[in-house]
Design a protein. Structure first.
Length: 440
């Protein structure tokens, strides 16, 4: 029974060493519309987030300046580029989701969108809101809170999705249950419990926690399960990032076209967040954007899912002898979302796998050179540019796509996906570990 379609690939994966996999089914002209999602869906998600912006500002005063939009900065990182990417042609940038307000990670995008979808639907059904033009601040009043308190929102998480769903759901007045898998950090559980969220601790991995959480929620008709393995609502919330990035690139006068390709490197767990962004970016930039996901060498579940004989039922990384043994808690997933792998079939350029040591090194270097603080998972994308330029697989991707002549004008965008709420002592430990690796 083959694990992936390619026996050689199974062997390479089993070695647990970093490598670049180029997707043989990638089609630069594809937009992924055959799966029932369109640009219109992304615009609707964006419009929903804008309808809720006044309410979000009221619930989370830190959003005042951004007028209720949860967004991150697009940053050049010249000092990091000079020190660590000396020979990289083109421009190196960061999309700073490590500092996303409210949830502290990329999960703010999808998680908050899905909870707002559910709240809006309940409010329409129960007559609290008449239509989309109604005053959404009504949802902070007593009637709405009484309504929401009768319903439960449940989710399974390695940590960050739980934070996102827990924080927004509790702020709206829902009952919340977060099923945490074995990797979840203690401080993330405590942060949620302090907000009245019920945290259920599982001794198993993420895929098992999803199955357990889904079963418990399905047994209660008043419980709504945010299903990270099968959720268009999460996916579309993530995809909105593409519209926002397009605007930021324009503001900074950075072109994306045939002469100026955009390479994006996004840390990947179950696939929803990077998948939604990949889909959105393809809608916006078409053939001129190239998305690579970054997965730990011990948890390359989306890579395996993309090459599975049946994408709908992706294999687990245990099947090639890997152990999901990684400090990158946000990426510690043994089995991909089959739905996401199907949608991405022709959209994903490839995957780079990364060692834990390199996560800590890049985390430390980014802090040293640019003063940016990110969590280990969020550093995975930094391996991307050099693996693309220096590996044989990467070079043949660039050749196949006829990109070589444009590389000096390329933008390499590293998506840094989490870190804002990491306690100072924990962050120091991460940085010390990176510093020790640098000195070794
Ligand atoms: C969840 C997460 C990701 C990846 O998102 P998936 O939807 O699981 O693929 C990346 N980085 C961080 C910090 C995360 O928390």
């Amino acid at each position: 029974m083959p694990i992936t379609k390619d026996p050689q690939l199974n062997q390479t994966l089993a070695q647990g060493k970093p490598f670049l996999w180029a997707n043989p089914d990638f089609d630069s002209a594809a937009k992924g519309l055959e799966h029932g999602l369109s640009m219109d869906d992304i615009h609707q998600a964006d419009a929903r987030l804008r309808r809720f912006a006044p309410l979000l500002t009221k619930l989370f005063p830190e959003l005042e300046q951004a007028e209720g939009l949860i967004e991150s900065e697009l940053l050049a990182i010249p000092a990091m580029q000079k020190q660590q990417f000396t020979d990289l042609p083109g421009r190196l940038m960061v999309k700073g989701d490590h500092a996303l307000p409210v949830a502290g990670s990329i999960k703010a995008r999808g998680g908050i969108h899905e909870v707002l979808c559910h709240a809006e639907q309940l409010a329409f059904e129960q007559g609290l809101l008449r239509n989309e033009q109604d005053d959404y601040l009504k949802l902070t009043e007593a009637d709405a809170r009484t309504l929401f308190s009768q319903y439960e929102i449940a989710v399974s998480s390695t940590g960050n999705l739980g934070l996102s769903i827990g924080i927004i759901s509790a702020a709206l007045g829902f009952r919340v249950v977060v099923h945490m898998s074995v990797e979840a950090k203690q401080w993330k559980k405590e942060r949620l419990r302090n907000r009245g969220v019920t945290v259920v601790e599982h001794s198993e991995d993420y895929s098992a926690a999803v199955a357990a959480g889904r079963a418990a929620s399905d047994a209660d008709p008043n419980s709504y399960f945010v299903d990270d393995e099968n959720s268009p609502r999460l996916f579309l919330g993530y995809a909105v990032a593409a519209l926002r990035l397009q605007q930021q690139l324009q503001q900074q006068q950075i072109a994306v076209d045939a002469e100026h390709p955009l390479f994006v490197y996004i840390p990947c767990g179950v696939g929803g967040a990077p998948g939604g962004i990949n889909f959105g970016l393809k809608q916006v930039f078409g053939p001129h954007v190239h998305c690579f996901f970054a997965e730990p060498v011990q948890a390359p579940c989306v890579l395996m899912g993309m090459q599975a004989t049946d994408k709908q039922h992706p294999p687990s990384v245990y099947e090639v002898g890997l152990q999901v043994d990684t400090e990158a808690d946000g990426l510690a997933v043994s089995m991909a979302s089959g739905w996401v792998c199907t949608v991405l079939e022709k959209l994903l350029s490839g995957v780079v796998t990364v060692s834990d040591d390199s996560l800590f090194r890049y985390l430390y270097q980014l802090w040293q050179t640019e003063g940016l603080e990110i969590e280990p998972s969020a550093a995975a994308g930094f391996n991307g540019p050099l693996q693309l330029l220096n590996s044989a697989e990467g070079q043949s991707y660039l050749q196949d796509q006829k990109l070589d002549p444009a590389m000096s004008r390329a933008t390499h965008l590293i998506w840094t996906t989490g870190g804002l709420f990491v306690p100072a002592e924990e962050m120091q430990k991460f940085q010390q570990r990176g510093a020790a690796l640098e000195d070794a």
